[in-house]
Design a protein around this ligand. Structure first.
Ligand SMILES: [Zn+2]
Length: 493
């Protein structure tokens, strides 16, 4: 009995002194709740910053506007006291580098996002324009109606419903995560929650153009990149709506393939059945590359695929079963893959046809593909074939590549990966763990610099990234703020 009393007294005495030295640590869930509370009073301001950013056209090749985006970003970062540098790329938008040092932080988190977007065809947008952000009460597919952005005054702060969506190019991919992270930083400061990490930013302006200068720029500035993990904000969350972390990227290689027929266009009645039709040749050649079930038939295509670990297999088994719902949403009768799940198949390379043109139609070389085309009886060239070449061969194909980059995968059972998942699950509940994301994203650059790369996307799965009517569900922006706030406050491992 005496012992118990003694202990209670000691605790009482120690309590106030310990608190004076160090504020009580908050759990990620508590941080998320504080960020939410801040956000509820500041939705108008957060959305205004996003709208202004989305209103600047951002095709990587639009050298005037892409620099305006960069300038805006610099102002957004500097307004938060972040040391900011533009790493110039001739003729393109710079890589924006930012640094915010937290005294006594042991770890440095580098946040990667891109501020360029896919080129946008204004005519294809429904009831709006790509760079005039519009607000709807839901997705267009779900019957969402256009509404004005709510007025925002100090007396009556604007309120946005979770299901409302902002329509604009890059709303989902990839400006909103930048705004979410900065708003999370504002929230932590307003709530006097100290940062637990040093924070660095790598914000790229030509990801959608294949990141042709990122590797060189990062290699030249590798002294800036000291850190412990690179978090990628690109991509969507799980179709179920659950938050998601991904540990890899699929990589990409672009190949242009042209087959040849008669030199000039011919009348089908006068020449049909005699003159070879390259559209049929191309159709047969492409069909020879993949079976009915989606399996690539090019010899050696799967040879260097790294097998999934037991942890990765388990993560895939635990992922929500979204396939049937997705198939219905996308309206096709049968999926490829012999009954295997999308989330399993996404860990293998895929061969896809991005576009076909006939008649008035349009890196590193993928050797296995060239060999396959040769095996189908084609004479393969890398230039426009000469008259002699065309006459000497029954089938001629031109194959050129437009660069690309390898896939990446970070092990899921490292301390940093486990900590990140723990922070997310505390901050936002059940979180989907995805060994490989479907996005290409040139993360091999950072992997080669020795950084583990983990994706923490926030956008809705149906954000229509890369196409018309791109959008962001506001509930995803709000949850993204909470997740990023929890990471900034709690990512120590
Ligand atoms: Zn992207």
């Amino acid at each position: 009995m005496g012992k118990h009393i003694g202990l209670a007294l000691a605790l009482l005495l120690a309590g106030p002194a310990a608190n004076a030295q160090k504020p009580a640590a908050r759990t990620p869930a508590q941080v998320a709740a504080e960020v939410r509370d801040y956000r509820r009073g500041n939705e108008g301001r957060i959305v205004r910053e996003l709208r202004e950013f989305l209103a600047i056209p951002n095709a990587a090749s639009d050298s005037v506007n892409i620099r305006k985006n960069a300038q805006q970003l610099i102002e957004m970062l500097e307004a938060r006291g972040i040391e900011t540098h533009a790493l110039a790329i001739p003729g393109r938008g710079p890589v924006i580098y930012g640094k915010l040092i937290t005294p006594e932080a042991a770890r440095t988190v580098i946040f990667y996002a891109h501020y360029d977007g896919q080129p946008a065809d204004a005519k294809a947008w429904t009831g709006g324009k790509p760079f005039e952000p519009a607000l709807r009460t839901d997705s267009i597919e779900a019957g969402g109606q256009l509404i004005p952005f709510p007025a925002d005054t100090s007396k009556n702060p604007a309120h946005y419903e979770d299901n409302w969506r902002i329509y604009a190019r890059s709303a989902g991919d990839d400006k909103s995560p930048i705004v979410a992270l900065l708003a999370a930083l504002d929230a932590l400061r307003a709530k006097k929650i100290p940062l637990g990490v040093n924070l660095k930013f790598i914000l790229e302006g030509e990801e959608e153009a294949g990141s042709p200068n990122l590797e060189r720029t990062m290699q030249a500035n590798r002294n800036l990149l000291a850190g412990d993990v690179l978090l990628v904000a690109d991509g969507p969350v799980d179709p179920s709506g659950l938050p998601l972390v991904d540990f890899g990227n699929r990589g990409v290689i672009d190949v242009q393939l042209t087959v040849y027929g008669p030199l000039r266009p011919l009348h089908s009645g006068h020449y049909g059945n005699w003159a070879p039709n390259p559209a049929f040749h191309l159709a047969r050649l492409l069909a020879s590359m993949k079976d009915e079930d989606g399996r690539v038939l090019v010899d050696g295509f799967y040879d260097d695929v790294v097998p999934l670990s037991a942890t990765e297999r388990k993560a895939i088994e635990e992922m929500p079963a979204n396939d049937e719902k997705l198939r219905e949403e996308l309206q096709f009768g049968q999926a490829e893959g012999g009954g295997r799940k999308l989330m399993e198949l996404i860990n293998q390379p895929s061969l896809n046809i991005r576009g076909l043109r006939s008649a008035y139609v349009g890196a590193e070389s993928q050797n296995v593909l060239l060999e396959h085309i040769r095996k189908q009886g084609y004479f393969v060239v890398d230039h426009e074939p000469t008259k002699e070449e065309r006459l000497a061969h029954a089938r001629v194909a031109k194959v050129t590549t437009e660069g690309g980059y390898p896939a990446t995968r970070t092990p899921m059972d490292t301390p940093v990966a486990r900590k990140l998942v723990e922070v997310l699950e505390s901050a936002a509940g059940k979180t989907v763990k995805m060994p490989t994301s479907g996005g290409s994203v040139p993360m091999y650059i950072f992997e080669n610099l020795g950084l583990p790369v983990i994706g923490v996307p926030i956008a809705n799965h149906d954000d229509r990234q890369h196409t018309s009517d791109e959008n962001l569900r506001l509930g995803n922006l709000w949850r993204g703020m909470e997740i990023y706030g929890a990471i900034l406050a709690d990512m120590t491992w």
